[in-house]
Ligand binder design. Sequence first.
Ligand SMILES: Cc1cc2nc3c(=O)[nH]c(=O)nc-3n(C[C@H](O)[C@H](O)[C@H](O)COP(=O)(O)OP(=O)(O)OC[C@H]3O[C@@H](n4cnc5c(N)ncnc54)[C@H](O)[C@@H]3O)c2cc1C
Length: 452
Amino acid sequence: MSSTGDAGAGRGQGTVVLVGAGLGGSLMAILLGRAGYTVRGFELRPDPRAGPPVGGRSINLALSARGLHALERVGLAPDVLAMAVPMRGRMIHAQDGRTAFQPYGTTAEQVNNSVSRGDLNVILLNAAERLPAVRFTFDHKCQGVDLDSGEVTVLDTRTGDSRGLTGDVVIGADGAFSVVRRQLFKRERFDYQQSFLSHGYKELTIPPAPGGGFALEANALHIWPRGGFMMIALPNRDGSFTCTLFLPFEGDHSFAALATEAKVERFFERVFPDATRLMPDLAAQYVTNPTGSMVTIRCSPWRHRGRIGLLGDACHAVVPFHGQGANAAFEDCLVLDDCIRRHAPDWETVFALFEGLRKENTDALADLSIANFEEMKHHTGSRLFRTKKALEKWLHRLFPTRFVPLYMMVSFTLIPYAEARRRARRQARALLSAGALAVILALLLVFWISRG
Ligand SMILES: Cc1cc2nc3c(=O)[nH]c(=O)nc-3n(C[C@H](O)[C@H](O)[C@H](O)COP(=O)(O)OP(=O)(O)OC[C@H]3O[C@@H](n4cnc5c(N)ncnc54)[C@H](O)[C@@H]3O)c2cc1C
């Protein structure tokens, strides 16, 4: 193993070793490069620009206000929006084939954008490597980080050679199963909580309509809520939809129960008949595509001295039901960038402040994301849910600044997640009190009228 001492190289502000060139890592590289740092990035996967996409997590994802705000800071929002399909609301598919559209917001700007994860990553990587001091090396796996020296050991997965690298600081943006985070386990008083959902997910594709174009409404996130499970679909630019089936791993309606192609076809024809007609190769896709698990990760501290810090899923993976994981990782990058600009080279303060500003919010997002799973699979199809959403929007139109529905705060504003949750609770309490008051007044009125 050779050792490459990179410290101090670059333009006088030092070198950052960045582990992971996913969404958070590549945006952070741009921000660091622009702030004058030399960035040495290492990514386990092959360069996505060099070949066909490598299988991984979700083919497309929903990008909302927070993600776009971060992309605006680095001038990439127009490029990303140019390849996005705006989703104006949810299209709910009942089992009998009826559909109902529920707009997300009250204005035309309040949309979620369906973007290709791979294309988004490529836009970010290209922008990062246009900066002279930013370089990524692909097919390199981080194997560990020495907590004392900060030396990162990377393995070239093509040759099997490993080497050690040092920089002034190491940032772990290596996702939910972060190797950098695993090193922090070695220190005392590192809190860690990991919890897997009992549901898994599988991606399936609805191809473009036979004559081209979309086989379903293009500008919507489609949901087939079925109580204990559900399927969703996000549009792609080529007219296809990427569906994600969420099923329990075990039990009656589960991945374990769908053990043969015949069972898969029967199940889909019964519970998602309209979508099944649009997927001629459903059973083949089902068998071929992997089943993924979903995890919530909370940990603390996100840092070690002023040498190692984490961002994105590496320190706060959330389940995908609010469509906020990548948005939150991008928001992390902006907050960390602000902390760096204010306090570097005092990296201890940088990382401590960053965690102080983010932890409460990402913990709130983790809870909100789990709660939204219940809402999506159980309630989106119900009359009560539709009435509640209509009432929320009516109140929002009456009091646009005082009453903002939780979903809107999370998706279409930059209100910190924890504050959004507090405000939503206050609003719910106020609504409940107003409702109770209305009932009391109505009863008093009835009493008064009945007495003649
Ligand atoms: C099914 C599903 C749907 C989702 N939908 C949405 C959505 O609609 N909207 C949204 O905002 N978010 C969504 N998310 C969440 C989103 O994908 C993540 O929150 C986001 O990708 C986090 O970015 P990150 O950079 O922290 O991690 P990642 O994007 O996972 O990047 C981590 C990178 O590190 C690399 N890496 C890992 N280990 C090593 C190692 N040892 N050495 C070197 N490199 C390494 C990985 O290869 C990867 O490229 C979804 C997630 C899932 C699973």
